[in-house]
Design a protein around this ligand. Structure first.
Ligand SMILES: [Zn+2]
Ligand SMILES: [Zn+2]
Length: 95
């Protein structure tokens, strides 16, 4: 079982939202931001907070999305939906 205090400081490495325990054995951490929704495994009580290793199900169709590290973006090859995790402030205004 994961330490509560540890859980409180854990955040999704992609979108920085808090994560919540899920799964029958409470062995998965799920990002609380629905458009992101990345799922991180807990192995030997150590959360694997790596986007590369995460399950990245598309919120529209459930397909594992591709992770574009250069653009902090998840892309679904099936339905074409994207999730851009960059902070709003970093984006050019008016676009
Ligand atoms: Zn997230
Ligand atoms: Zn999709």
């Amino acid at each position: 079982m994961l330490d509560k205090e540890l859980l409180e400081i854990l955040a999704c490495p992609l979108c920085k939202h808090p994560v919540a325990l899920q799964g029958e054995k409470q062995d998965t951490l799920v990002c609380g931001h629905p458009p992101c929704g990345c799922r991180y495994a807990i192995k030997d009580e150590i959360p694997v907070m790596l986007i590369d290793e995460a399950q990245r199900p598309c919120p529209s169709c459930g397909t594992q999305r591709d992770w574009d590290a250069d653009h902090d973006t998840l892309r679904c090859a099936k339905c074409g939906s994207t999730f851009d995790a960059r902070p709003e402030i970093a984006r050019p205004a008016g676009k």
